[in-house]
Ligand binder design. Structure first.
Ligand SMILES: [Fe+2]
Length: 200
């Protein structure tokens, strides 16, 4: 994803086939999530700022931090979903030794980090996001944002996120959010997360 991109925004295609995460995340869910929900945010954001040269000169990340509720929500919907789809991969690989070291330093062990991430996802009420981020001291943190809020880019570099809006899992899992979280944990793109780290 590119947080610095500007109007007019274009929906980023999935980096993998729409069926690639089946059966963990179905083609049906991925279609509605990417082609309808995410692309809908792109279209709405473009529509909101089509007559505003001022807004068109603000990058996506900045739009997602504005006080204007409509622009912030839709820019956040674009930003968050681009991070989400790129946080997943059908070719799962364990975190590298470098990432494991970072997890150990920040959480005591990789297992504690994984269980904290999954636990934060389980604990969300309403719609929101769980993030793994690197703070300005080079430590990993797990953060939660509500609705389509992003994490503060001045304080954190986002490494990955998990979408906990019901549209992310309800078609496949109904109320079994735990199954969805486990499916995501088994599909995390750790290479992509590591590539977003600043302190490497
Ligand atoms: Fe979503």
């Amino acid at each position: 994803m590119d947080p610095d991109k500007y109007y007019p925004f274009k929906a980023a295609p999935l980096a993998y086939d729409i069926k690639a995460l089946c059966p963990d995340i179905s083609e049906y869910t991925m279609y509605f999530h990417h082609d309808k929900h995410y692309c809908g945010y792109v279209d709405k954001l473009n529509g909101l700022i089509k007559n505003s040269p001022l807004m068109q000169n603000i990058p996506l990340e900045g739009l997602a931090m504005l006080d204007d509720d409509d622009i912030r929500k839709n820019a956040g919907g674009v930003y968050n979903h681009e991070m989400y789809f790129s946080s997943l991969t059908p070719q799962y690989r364990e975190p590298s030794a470098k990432m494991i070291k970072k997890m150990n330093e920040s959480f005591g062990s990789a297992e504690k980090m994984m269980s904290s991430l999954a636990g934060a996802a389980m604990d969300i009420t309403g719609s929101g996001w769980v993030w793994l981020a690197e703070n300005r001291n080079g430590r990993l943190e797990i953060l939660v944002t509500k609705d389509q809020d992003i994490i503060d880019p001045d304080k954190y570099s986002p490494l990955l996120n998990i979408d906990l809006w019901e549209h992310a899992y309800y078609l496949d899992r109904q109320n079994r959010r735990n199954e969805y979280i486990q499916a995501v944990m088994n599909s995390i793109n750790w290479i992509g997360a590591e590539n977003r780290m600043k302190d490497i």
